[in-house]
Write a protein that binds this ligand. Structure first.
Ligand SMILES: [Zn+2]
Ligand SMILES: [Zn+2]
Length: 144
């Protein structure tokens, strides 16, 4: 699925919830689909404030909450600072820089098996799992 299809599908999903599709809402959604980063509401505010001078951080935050409730984005909380957001595509994992907080995606399909194993040895009905890897990103490594 390319970015345009993701955008159209997401707008359809939002319309079904009965919310108004405002230009600002579209802009935040588009940004979330196109970014490779895992931005905070503040990051999005900085990126869009030139084009949408009337948009506040609160508006962006409300949109992100709405997208989260609609199942379009995931909220990533790692205990510290403010939440980061990730547009949901396929299942992927995160490696997090313990110095600058940057989050990078990676895929490791083998972990599907962990859920099956966990379910069969414990007889739990497994819903999901969480895995985070920590380290120093290449930029931070260079500066050390
Ligand atoms: Zn870093
Ligand atoms: Zn991600």
């Amino acid at each position: 699925m390319d970015a345009n299809e993701q955008f159209t599908d997401s707008i359809d999903a939002l319309k079904k919830t009965g919310v108004r599709i405002t230009p600002q809402r579209k802009a935040v959604l588009k940004y979330m689909i196109e970014t490779e980063e895992h931005p905070t509401a503040d990051d999005i505010f900085k990126a869009l404030s030139d084009e949408y001078p009337n948009m506040s951080v609160a508006t962006i935050y409300n949109n992100l909450k709405l997208f989260k409730d609609t199942g379009l984005v995931k909220e990533l909380t790692y205990g510290d600072s403010s939440s980061r957001f990730d547009f949901i595509t396929d299942t992927h994992y995160h490696i997090i820089c313990s110095n600058c907080g940057k989050i990078t995606d990676f895929h490791y399909p083998g972990l599907e098996e962990v859920e099956q194993l966990a379910g069969s040895v414990t007889e739990y009905d497994v819903s999901h799992h969480r895995l985070e890897i920590y380290g120093l990103c290449p930029e931070c490594r260079e500066q050390m």
